[in-house]
Ligand binder design. Structure first.
Ligand SMILES: Nc1ncnc2c1ncn2[C@@H]1O[C@H](COP(=O)(O)OP(=O)(O)OP(=O)(O)O)[C@@H](O)[C@H]1O
Ligand SMILES: [Mg+2]
Length: 265
């Protein structure tokens, strides 16, 4: 689709260029915080564009600003300067509740409500006025999707193992049919086998629904298994952004090489 006929692409603002439009984009994003009474940039002029259906693995030392990036992407926090765009639209203009349905978040530790699995899954849709009885098939579909086909939706969420809770938390997020999934160390509280199965699940979700995923992890192995692209942040700055295999074969920067060698604290 071309919005203005006769005007070369070059002269159209990016938001009007539909081909190649990023699903989510950080444009010169800076976030400053008061830390120990001193204002510090925890994100410094971060620009990165993520194409639709891409899994962007985000790595970097502790305190680099990875979680802050995710929190800016669904307005849990706002940028000090710069913009975050969803489909070319500045998210500061989107109602936060509506935005968080489109941009779902999964945390390190599953944070389910002390309710049944069914109630956890229908909570979001019910808030938007969807009749719970109409959600039965959707709940089943989502439990199948997260590989919990035998789980009774009437069970209390608190009875489940942490790995099962993480799957239910992902299913609950998927009930909102998000277009972007923010995952902040979703595998770090899990044993290796369960963690691998969650990584497979992330890939399945992307394949089935075409969701764009921002996946933060301290595990290089997990990032490589799941990611299409890799973003390395150090001290709030983008150091590398590349195809994931290209990064693992040969980082372009000294910091990238140090990170891969485990030498960055
Ligand atoms: N609520 C807060 N108030 C003040 N400073 C904060 C807050 N949250 C994070 N920070 C600081 O912002 C910086 C970036 O933190 P962030 O949580 O984004 O790092 P991270 O890369 O996710 O680290 P980790 O890998 O340890 O989770 C750090 O210096 C941190 O101490
Ligand atoms: Mg973090």
């Amino acid at each position: 689709m071309r919005v203005v006929l006769g005007v070369p692409d070059l002269f159209l603002p990016k938001a009007w260029r539909c081909e190649g439009l990023a699903k989510i984009e950080f444009l010169n994003v800076t976030k400053t915080r008061s830390i120990d009474g001193e204002m510090r940039s925890v994100l410094d002029d971060v620009s990165v564009a993520v194409e639709e259906g891409t899994i962007l693995a985000i790595g970097g030392p502790s305190g680099a600003g990875k979680s802050t990036m995710l929190r800016l992407a669904n307005r849990l926090e706002s940028a000090t300067s710069g913009r975050v765009l969803l489909d070319g639209v500045d998210i500061s203009t989107i109602d936060p509740v509506r935005l968080r349905r489109k941009v779902g978040m999964v945390f390190q530790l599953p944070s389910l409500f002390p309710l049944t699995i069914q109630e956890n899954l229908t909570y979001g849709p019910e808030l938007r006025g969807v009749e719970p009885s109409s959600l039965h098939d959707k709940v089943r579909e989502m439990l199948d999707m997260v590989d919990l086909p035998d789980l009774s939706p009437g069970r209390q969420a608190g009875e489940l193992s942490v790995g099962q809770q993480q799957r239910v938390a992902i299913a609950r997020t998927l009930m909102n049919e998000p277009e972007v999934l923010l995952m902040d160390e979703p595998t770090s509280a899990l044993d290796p086998a369960t963690a691998k199965s969650i990584l497979e699940l992330v890939c399945d979700i992307r394949s089935r629904y075409g969701i764009t995923v921002l996946f933060v992890s301290h595990s290089l192995e997990h990032s490589r298994l799941v990611g299409d692209r890799f973003l390395l942040i150090v001290d709030g700055k983008v150091v590398e952004e590349s195809d994931i295999e290209a990064f693992f074969r040969g980082p372009q920067t000294e910091l990238g090489r140090k990170f891969l060698a485990g030498e960055l604290k």
